[in-house]
Design a binder for this molecule. Structure first.
Ligand SMILES: [Zn+2]
Ligand SMILES: [Zn+2]
Length: 224
């Protein structure tokens, strides 16, 4: 059975529900999004408790902000890379540097709002390392792979179908980019490129970014 991928908008972020034999969620949205989460799962006719795992692609505030509330409600385990798990466990809010002119300006603007952002802390149950983490135990044919660059603890979910949920390793659309492409913020652009080569070699075809609509990996191939 080909898993269905449902985007759910939690603040500025597209999180995703992957519905195969089992159900997992990718990313935990901006803070205070529990109501929107509940509306979204209701629309999909999913009981929150059917979600068994929440994979956080990385530790930026807009991806982990509602993780605690969603975890408490669903009972799902939270998986996150070892390099960033303390961001969620200690409510840290680091921002990555801009790597384009707009990225630098936008990063400054975002920095002004950061004192208003509060991340409820929760425990990370599954600490991801640099190796692959299989999802077959959760009824989803695919794996989590370490894809550093946007942040050093970034991971992607790669399904056997070629669908790749990459967090902020790509960005697509207003106000970040005018179309699909590489991130405008990154700790290490060299690592961003290496991570993309790894994903393409592993069969990534359709890219689901956390900001914007899905697109073909060909856009990235051209950008590299
Ligand atoms: Zn990010
Ligand atoms: Zn983001």
């Amino acid at each position: 059975m080909r898993p269905r991928i449902h985007p759910i908008k939690l603040g500025v972020d597209h999180c995703y529900i992957i519905h195969g034999e089992g159900i997992i969620m990718v990313d935990g949205g901006a803070p205070n999004q529990l109501k929107n989460f509940l509306k979204a799962v209701e629309r999909l006719s999913i009981r929150p408790q059917e979600i068994k795992l929440i994979v956080l692609t990385h530790g930026h505030w807009d991806h982990i902000g509602s993780a605690k509330e969603i975890k408490d409600l669903t009972g799902a385990k939270v998986a996150m890379h070892q390099q960033e798990k303390h961001w969620l466990e200690k409510s840290l809010k680091p921002l990555p540097p801009g790597v384009t002119l707009w990225g630098k300006i936008f990063g400054r603007i975002m920095g002004l709002f950061m004192p208003l952002v509060h991340i409820p802390v929760t425990h990370v149950d599954m600490v991801l390392g640099d190796g692959e983490f299989p999802l077959s135990g959760y009824g989803v044919p695919g794996k989590v792979v370490h894809t550093p660059g946007h942040s050093l603890g970034s991971v992607s979910v790669l399904l056997e179908t070629g669908d790749a949920l990459v967090g902020d390793l790509a960005m697509n659309g207003f106000p970040l980019r005018s179309g699909p492409g590489l991130p405008i913020f990154a700790e290490d652009m060299q690592k961003v490129r290496e991570s993309w080569r790894l994903l393409m070699d592993a069969g990534a075809e359709t890219i689901y970014p956390a900001h914007g609509e899905p697109f073909s990996v060909d856009f990235i191939r051209k950008a590299l």
